[in-house]
Design a protein around this ligand. Structure first.
Ligand code: SIN
Ligand code: CO
Length: 383
């Protein structure tokens, strides 16, 4: 399979990633949608699934959005055409959709957000807009006409009267019609508008990157929860000043040194970031096993060659520190030392953990304990 249209992942990252759009004809040749429109509508009726319906002209108002869950009757009241159903996090609910992510592992796990599905009858779209994220738009069923191009930003003019960020006065630069198996990559900020030509399902493989605000608030919150955060600033070398109202330069020097010491702690930064970047999207994502397993049962299953698989929606990452490896799963951190260190890269390499190598690690009591813990909290399961 030639998912990137004849270029290697390294060439894609060098020339297109975060730089410019790429149309890939037959990225997934003969692709058959892993979900039907009816299944998407069914999911949109579930309490735990995030879904929206976007209607282009709704009682005279442009681009109105309705949030799920929906009742079955809601679907029978929709117009013939010009609307879209969006189902977020489809990979969390449908293992065949999660499997698609294995083709995108040339981008690190922590950058991945989720796969969103859209269903639209003829004319349906979510309007011309831009996103903050990188996205691969895989045509799963029917045909969609995409117009895209031009860098947009907060200064781009927006349509009034809709809660959605719809671009007005935007033309786009290129138009293509995608059929099943075709894919369009778009970097952040590129304007785009995809209109269904017929009954159409599109899967959006979306990536995310934290904002500076996320990083600063997240890391400083973490530092504030460290035991030494309750210590007070001190000044045993306080000197008499001319005016008691002055904040002396030496005070700012001390503050600067203190803040830099805390913020500049690279070990803390990596431990926080791993937890932050693997935190589950919602409480519904990681559900504890129905019956907690004993470590002996887990070991027997692993030795018998049963396939261990990540829970769809669980997040796995690791970071090599000087004398240990930090493993991060669903917002928790585990420090591995010595012979246990290579267990982290093995577990994080892809959704199906290599069976033979895992069997060897499962002979170690501490690793078996960790696997049992991950199984019982719902981060891994036997396929
Ligand atoms: C869609 O699939 O209809 C919209 C996806 C997007 O434009 O980001
Ligand atoms: Co978009």
């Amino acid at each position: 399979m030639d998912m990137l249209g004849g270029i290697t992942p390294a060439e894609f990252l060098r020339d297109y990633w975060q730089k410019k759009p790429l149309v890939i004809r037959q990225a997934f040749p003969g692709f058959v949608s892993p979900v039907t429109a009816d299944e998407l509508a069914g999911l949109a009726c579930e309490e735990t699934v995030e879904s929206r319906i976007v209607i282009e002209s709704d009682a005279g108002k442009p681009w109105q959005v309705h949030n799920g869950p929906f009742s079955e009757e809601r679907f029978s009241k929709l117009p013939e055409q010009d609307w879209t159903l969006l189902v977020q996090g489809l990979d969390h609910w449908v293992p065949e959709v999660a499997d698609l992510l294995e083709h995108f592992r040339f981008v690190p796990n922590w950058r991945l957000d989720d796969i969103m599905a859209s269903y639209a009858p003829k004319g349906g779209s979510v309007g011309p807009h831009y996103d903050q994220y990188d996205v691969f738009l895989l045509q799963a069923q029917g045909h969609r006409r995409w117009t895209f191009g031009g860098e947009c930003g907060s200064e781009s003019s927006r349509l009034e009267g809709t809660p959605l960020r719809i671009l007005s006065d935007w033309q786009g630069e290129e138009t293509v019609v995608l059929e099943p198996g075709d894919m369009l990559y778009l970097p952040p900020a590129i304007g785009h508008h995809g209109v269904a030509e017929d009954d159409c399902i599109t899967l959006s493989v979306g990536f995310r990157a934290p904002t500076v605000d996320d990083l600063l608030t997240g890391f400083t919150d973490f530092l504030c929860n460290q035991p030494n955060a309750a210590e007070h600033m001190n000044d045993p070398d306080l000197a008499v000043q001319d005016n008691p109202g002055a904040i002396a330069p030496v005070v700012i020097d001390r503050l600067e040194a203190l803040i830099q010491e805390k913020i500049g702690d690279r070990r803390n930064l990596s431990l926080w970031f791993g937890q932050f970047a693997t935190a589950p999207k919602s409480v519904e994502t990681v559900v504890p096993a129905d019956e907690p397993a004993a470590s002996e049962d887990l070991q027997a299953a692993i030795q018998a060659g049963e396939q261990v698989r990540w829970n769809e929606g669980s997040r796995f990452a690791f970071h090599e520190l000087d004398n240990e490896t930090a493993l991060f799963v669903d917002g928790e951190q585990y420090l591995l030392r010595g012979d246990a260190r290579p267990f982290a890269p093995l577990l994080c390499a892809g959704a199906r953990v290599e069976t033979q190598a895992l069997a060897a690690f499962a002979e170690d009591e501490a690793i078996l304990g960790l696997l049992t813990n991950l199984y019982n909290q719902g981060s891994i399961y036997f396929e």
